[in-house]
Write a protein that binds this ligand. Structure first.
Ligand code: SAM
Length: 262
């Protein structure tokens, strides 16, 4: 953590990716910073709910009487460039105010977040809200292992190789645009698939892509489940932590005498 102890110092904000579930997938840096932090601001989906990021970090780091600020970020879709839901804005502002109260007293605050902080994480909504009021807040973003990397790794599969083009798509997405991405790109990761699984299976069947798709639910967590035939997920109530990886190419690379399939 920062060593400047002058009374006028603003606290330092750390946005820390803790990986997708298996605590051993936390980085050394994440463990060090969260261990040193006396205040954790933890994201929850509902008031007084459980924080998955806190649970993951808590398996690696002993609770030594640190202060926990439980920040509620309601699960609502965000469409960038469009009006943001009032309830969401109010919740982000409330969370930002709570963190600012500590930063203004010179206290460092660490925000553990699922996977990597830079990928579909509430961490950046919080940061934007804090920067609106405290534009010079010192901030460090600690990258983490993404869910998609863990999902691909669990299948001993690459996400992308060679000239593959990879798209990462939140599945709450317009179907025609999704069809276009699935048709034109080589490798596609679908995040947040839990509520749309049947519709997604329909689209993948229509495009004859089901043999290339794998669905991983709760990767690295208790209750992990892998669907190598994604049609078996039809009608199921999937956990929010579900990701689909579709890699279309099965290519041969060869130099004329030696060939391997990738
Ligand atoms: C808000 S996004 C967070 C992504 C995260 N920041 C990352 O780097 O992977 C939540 C989505 O991440 C995916 N996800 C997170 N943890 C997962 C896990 N353990 N197994 C499968 N998918 C997971 C799911 O698609 C879920 O809907």
């Amino acid at each position: 953590m920062s060593s400047d102890n002058s009374p006028t110092r603003t606290g330092h904000l750390y946005l820390v990716g803790v990986g997708p579930g298996d605590p051993e997938l936390m980085t050394y840096k994440a463990v060090r910073i969260l261990t040193e932090a006396k205040i954790w601001a933890v994201p929850t989906a509902r008031e007084n709910g459980v924080s998955s990021a806190q649970q993951i970090a808590g398996q690696m780091i002993a609770d030594k009487g640190r202060t926990i600020l439980s920040l509620c970020f309601p699960m609502k879709k965000v469409f960038l460039g469009q009006e943001t839901d009032d309830q969401l804005l109010m919740a982000w502002r409330k969370s930002a105010d709570e963190v600012i109260r500590h930063l203004d007293q010179g206290e460092d605050v660490a925000f553990p977040t699922l996977g990597d902080a830079t990928l579909y994480s509430t961490a950046f909504y919080l940061l934007a809200m804090i920067q609106e009021q405290r534009p010079n807040v010192p901030v460090t973003v600690v990258p983490g292992i993404t869910a998609m990397a863990a999902c691909a790794a669990s299948q001993s599969s690459p996400l992308a190789l060679g000239d593959d083009v990879l798209a990462v798509v939140p599945a709450a997405f317009e179907d025609d645009r999704l069809r276009q991405i699935l048709t034109t790109l080589d490798s596609v990761v679908l995040m947040k698939v839990h509520k749309r699984i049947d519709a997604l299976i329909d689209i993948l069947e229509e495009l004859e892509l089901t043999p290339h798709a794998v669905l991983i639910e709760r990767s690295g967590m208790d209750g992990e489940r892998v669907y190598t035939d994604i049609r078996e997920a039809r009608g199921r109530k999937l956990h929010y932590f579900s990701t689909m990886v579709i890699r279309k190419k099965k290519v041969q690379v060869s130099n004329g005498t030696h060939a391997i399939a990738l």
